[in-house]
Design a binder for this molecule. Structure first.
Ligand code: NAP
Length: 327
């Protein structure tokens, strides 16, 4: 990916998109094409085709999607499957039609079976039933992976999919109901501290284990993969299953490779926010999947390892929250 390459970051204002813009700029890239949701609705095939024909980007990071926590997935399942299928179908197809050199499609670890062996390897895809809470979203993402693979097989495109673990960092969504666990906890502990509340209630039993990756590390891994020399990058385009019988989608997990309990996470956020009240668990609320840890050995073998520890990442995320979400 040469320094003057024309790069389209779809969803450039989101958690991942904004981290990608920061990382690409830090690495000297300047030739960007971006559009806000209001400027270009990616669920509109006509608008997407016209955009690609006009701009002709060389590289695409598809970080636009309808994203949300357990509550949002439960309440808006139709929107989650329709919007994500439409966004990825329009962008991947237009990228092929307009000769994009490389495209990266972003999915999520919920694509793996609910009771997959841990840690989860890329080849565990489609080996068992999904977590029902976010199955519509997960199936859309699985369709996106298969679409990259099918276009690579039929048209010789160089499209890959990356599956990040749970992400957090600057530009996160702090909506009280629709946010993921870390922004939700940061908001809860902050509000408890400034209002001198004696305790904070955390959803579930506190026992599920989760893995979290700082958004800028995530972006660094994405740029690392897109800049790989052909000899390495082409090994990620998916196996020739008919010829070899090997099932290996064009898929790379991105994560830290270690996890912690929600209880340990809550205690880490309490420290980051400097709250000294009590933590209470509400077992009536859903725990979700018992454990979700990514196997990141494929990415590590390519030479990339996560750098930002939980304490440093949470401190940065809390600074961002204070700066952008506190009146
Ligand atoms: N956050 C995580 O923990 C996590 C974990 C694993 C994977 N991922 C993946 O990473 C990708 C990005 O997620 P994120 O956390 O960065 O989400 P995000 O912060 O919600 O960003 C998504 C971006 O997509 C844009 N967008 C949504 N619908 C659009 C449409 N119809 N047309 C144009 N733009 C649209 C949004 O713009 P508006 O805000 O203006 O609507 C927003 O800027 C997703 O594919 C997600 O699956 C995220």
């Amino acid at each position: 990916m040469k320094a003057d390459a024309k790069i389209y970051v779809a969803g450039h204002r989101g958690l991942v998109g904004s981290a990608l813009m920061r990382t690409l700029r830090d690495k000297g890239y300047m030739n960007f094409v971006t559009r806000t949701h209001a400027e270009l609705d990616l669920t509109s095939q006509t608008a997407v085709e016209a955009f690609f024909a006009a701009e002709e980007p060389d590289y695409v990071f598809l970080a636009a999607a309808r994203v949300g926590g357990i509550h949002a997935n439960n309440v808006y399942p139709a929107e989650f499957i329709r919007d994500n299928l439409a966004i990825q179908t329009n962008v991947i197809h237009a990228a092929w039609k307009n000769g994009v050199k490389r495209l990266m499609f972003l999915g999520s670890s919920c694509i793996y079976p609910k009771l997959a062996p841990q840690p989860m390897k890329e080849e565990y895809l489609l080996t068992g039933p999904l977590e029902p809470t976010n199955r519509p979203y997960a199936l859309a993402k699985i369709a996106g992976i298969e679409m990259c693979w099918s276009y690579n097989r039929q048209y010789g495109t160089k499209f890959i999919a990356v599956m990040p673990t749970n992400l957090y960092g600057p530009g996160d969504n702090y909506h009280p109901e629709n946010s993921h666990v870390i922004p939700a906890l940061i908001r809860k502990f902050h509000e408890a501290r400034v209002n001198n509340r004696p305790a904070v209630t955390v959803w579930g039993t506190g026992t599920p284990r989760r893995e979290f990756l700082y958004s800028d590390d995530m972006a660094d891994a994405c740029v690392f993969l897109m800049r790989l020399p052909d000899a390495q990058y082409d090994t990620l385009l998916g196996s020739d299953e008919q010829a070899t019988g090997v099932f290996m989608p064009p898929l790379v997990n991105i994560g830290v490779g270690t996890d912690l309990t929600i209880k340990e996470l809550a205690e880490s956020v309490r420290r980051a926010v400097d709250y000294d009240g009590e933590i209470v668990f509400d077992p009536d609320k859903p725990d979700g999947t018992p454990r979700k840890l990514m196997d990141v050995s494929r990415l590590n073998r390519l030479g990339w390892v996560a750098e930002t520890g939980m304490a440093a990442g949470l401190a940065q995320a809390y600074r961002d929250f204070l700066e952008h979400h506190c009146s």
